[in-house]
Design a protein around this ligand. Sequence first.
Ligand SMILES: Cc1cc2nc3c(=O)[nH]c(=O)nc-3n(C[C@H](O)[C@H](O)[C@H](O)COP(=O)(O)OP(=O)(O)OC[C@H]3O[C@@H](n4cnc5c(N)ncnc54)[C@H](O)[C@@H]3O)c2cc1C
Length: 467
Amino acid sequence: MDITSARTTPYWWDAVDTVPGRDGLGGDTDVDVAIIGAGFTGLWCAYHLTRLDPSLRIAVIEKEHVGFGASGRNGGWCHAGYSLGHGQLVSSHGHDAAMAHMRALFASVDEVGEIAEREGIDAEFAKGGVLTVARSDLQMRLASEQVDGAHTFGLIDDDIRLLDGDEARGMLNASGVLGGVWHAHGAALHPAKLVHGLASVVEARGVMIYEGTAARGVGKGVIRTDMGRLSAPMIVVAMEGYRSQLPGEKRRIVPIYSLMVATEPLPDDVWDEIGLADRQMFTDFRNLIIYGQRTGDGRLAFGGRGAPYHWGSAIEPGFDIDDSVHSELVRVLTDLVPQIAPYEATHRWGGPLGVSRDWRPSVTVDHGKGIAWAGGYVGDGVNTAHLAGQTLADLITGTDTERTMLPWVNHRWPTWEPEPLRWIGINAGLALAKAADRTEERTGRHSRKADLGLWMRGQSRGSRRRT
Ligand SMILES: Cc1cc2nc3c(=O)[nH]c(=O)nc-3n(C[C@H](O)[C@H](O)[C@H](O)COP(=O)(O)OP(=O)(O)OC[C@H]3O[C@@H](n4cnc5c(N)ncnc54)[C@H](O)[C@@H]3O)c2cc1C
């Protein structure tokens, strides 16, 4: 599979209009709620605000265009992932709070599908679950530990179950599969269609979206832009990884790049051989995260980490493309699914997602300061941003729900280290994950480098989520 002729824009963008078509902010404006960022967090927040209080005047400002950020570029895994694994929630907040959080994530997956259908958004939503294949004895042991841990926690086979080799290969006929784990609460979707559809829905409900309008700074009750001041008693910062670009925010959240490739549509007989008949999303148990989905039009969209963290929390368009990481993604994909080798990669791209210092997401509303934010989903933001946006709307309108009691509400992040420590630490973690994968592939045995990398971010391998 050759990547040299692949287009360097997200495959998903072929289906939507990515030229800013909406006006920018036309001078000083007053609203009740002002949202920065037209991705999933901002637009779901706007959607649920209009549902809870249709009288609210809401404006969203977006530096580029709707869905320009991670929401329009991701792997389309709408699933119930939690960055550190749910075991961490149990240890810090207790079983009941952790279970409530997990159940809220499960429910959110279904709600995304239901709302899309009700609102007429063709997001190509298919709830086929998440398959994690195990391709070595070590990975089988991890699979078994993951399922045992989840069952001890209170989940049942209908939520998550261990698969033997035949069952796993029946879902995805990848090379060397010995078994795996199937997680029911996950759906594949077309992220750009969802985010653009959502923008149209909220506009029809009276929300103003201003494109080409960058927030330059945020003060109490006011956002400064080059096109006027947007004033509101409540400002929602919905920028995830991009928040690091606002003045004084570089150490609050860091942008980590994830990169993707998409193949041309594969013929039906090739799909008969590969599987993924229910459009299950797939990954495996390696240390450096990978994720794939069979798209609605029969391509493989496949991504992974591995791109370096850039000094000073920088975000630049050039970082979306990395020849060595994209080539490695293709190598990993063809190793997993050799049937695709004769086919072309038509697109390759990447983008930044947001990671907080403690690797935990947060939904925070400070009524006193008139500021709210959500983010830090660490690559699990498609479904989580829906739950976050919904919870922001509950909190902003003072609506008590089960969601407003969840452990991530008002969770305060520690700050990241200053440079050069940040750069050294994050890239060392990445190098350790890569080295551990090489060792484990070669020896078939667990590598201590993996533990060291996970320890650096407060995780253990058994508790870790897989996206
Ligand atoms: C390649 C990739 C693959 C991923 N795959 C998955 C996946 O399969 N499943 C999953 O759950 N998660 C995945 N994620 C993570 C997920 O996409 C994000 O966590 C989620 O979309 C974040 O949504 P958001 O609305 O908070 O932020 P974003 O979608 O990043 O939106 C922030 C918006 O703010 C805008 N902005 C930036 N600066 C300014 C400014 N100064 N003023 C105004 N606007 C500004 C940006 O242009 C952007 O549109 C992936 C991320 C990437 C990059």
